[in-house]
Design a protein around this ligand. Structure first.
Ligand code: NAD
Ligand code: UDP
Length: 338
């Protein structure tokens, strides 16, 4: 059992991780500036896990505030989720992304060092691989970042590896997420994209509610089994469980690891639409559109390292992902479907 701070704690992946950590007996402290989270997430989370938790409203770049929170709550490890995550926005405003994602990580690490907190789990992304030579992708595949967002993830990974190598951190896990989707089975927490969703699953669920007329399929002429883009979708609760195991691993071992978190299964746009229609009984009208700039045809993880190191494996399939994503969106949109 540990006392752990979740930066970006009110966000999508952190809030789901909080439920698993709490179930496993860890004490959680949430820190968020609420720039991309709804104000009532902590209250919903309290309802879900049935206990109180400290919530600190602060920016990760505020060393004094983070330092004070680490000290006040005797934090032993940090899971660092807080970041900006929109690729397009990162290309439009690189300095903003360097500031929050890179300077933010440095400020957090400074606060941790000041308080003697020397264990961190970091939210990285499969985007650091860029255009892979082949899938499944292992962690030793070349990193070829293709946008500013990806750059900020790779630089932060490097900073963390350097601090571990020089003994300034005792233990660290850089977790490279593939494509997180879905929601907690209760439909009390989930993903709340702002405006028009960029990502496939939230777009599909909004077509299903009738908020959007059809799904644009960005390209059906890729070299994939049905011509549409292939990704490794991972249920956010599987991802949450991986964080708990990663945390427990770095609490017990002085190591620095970099690990993919995916299912290892490549799923096309049409596969996901089909699964969604079967799981929910809703029809998703399609519009075949041109390829989206910068898209990769296919990538999916080799998840063997996570299995070997943390004893973790994704347990939920695309039917679960579709069902839970839909329950969440239907509830938010007031669609009576259950
Ligand atoms: P999210 O936006 O839901 O969560 C991030 C949280 O951080 C938000 O609650 C936001 O308010 C907070 N935050 C942002 N800037 C902050 C700051 N300066 N100080 C304090 N809090 C701040 O995003 P998410 O999808 O839950 O992503 C969590 C992490 O996982 C991010 O680092 C993201 O880059 C990474 N990641 C996400 C995905 C994905 O598809 N969702 C994929 C790979 C990696
Ligand atoms: N995609 C699509 N229509 C959309 C959104 C996404 O066809 O409205 C496709 C996209 O081209 C890619 C896949 O769905 O092949 C996953 O896209 P997403 O943006 O969710 O993830 P990423 O491309 O960042 O891995």
């Amino acid at each position: 059992m540990a006392r752990v701070m979740l930066t970006g704690g009110a966000g999508y992946i952190a809030s789901h991780t909080a439920t698993v950590l709490s179930e496993r007996g860890h004490e959680i402290v949430l820190l968020d500036n609420f720039s991309n989270a709804e104000r009532d997430v902590p209250a919903r989370l309290r309802g879900l896990i049935g206990r109180e938790m400290p919530v600190i409203e602060a920016d990760i770049r505020d060393v004094d505030a983070v330092s004070a929170a680490l000290a006040a709550h005797k934090v032993e490890a940090v899971i660092h989720f807080a970041a900006l995550k929109a690729v397009g926005e990162s290309e439009a405003d690189p300095l903003l992304y360097y500031d929050i994602n890179i300077i933010g990580a440095i400020r957090l690490l400074q606060a941790m060092q000041a308080q003697g907190v020397a264990r961190i789990v970091f939210s990285s992304s499969a985007t650091v691989y860029g255009q892979p030579d082949a899938s499944p992708i292992r962690e030793d595949a070349p990193t070829r970042v293709q946008n500013i967002y990806g750059r900020t993830k790779l630089v932060t990974e490097d900073l963390i590896r350097d601090l571990a190598r020089t003994g300034k951190l005792r233990a660290a896990a850089n977790l490279r997420y593939f494509n997180p989707v879905g929601a907690h089975a209760s439909a009390v927490i989930g993903e709340t994209p702002r405006g028009v969703p960029n990502n496939l699953m939230p777009y599909i669920t909004q077509v299903a509610t009738g908020e959007r007329p059809y799904l644009n399929v960005y390209g059906n002429d890729y070299e994939t089994h049905d011509g549409t883009g292939v990704r490794d979708y991972i249920h956010v609760m599987d991802l949450a469980e991986a964080h708990a195991l990663a945390l427990e691993h770095i609490l017990a071992n002085d190591v620095a690891v970099t690990v993919n978190l995916g299912t290892g299964i490549g799923v096309s746009v049409l596969d996901l639409v089909g699964a969604f229609e079967r799981a929910t009984g809703r029809r998703i009208p399609l519009n075949i559109a041109p390829r989206r700039a910068g898209d990769v045809a296919s990538y999916y993880a080799d998840p063997a390292a996570a299995a070997a190191i943390f004893g973790w494996r994704a347990r939920r399939g695309i039917d679960d992902m579709c069902r839970d994503a839909w329950a969440w969106q239907a509830r938010r949109s007031g669609v009576n479907d259950l």
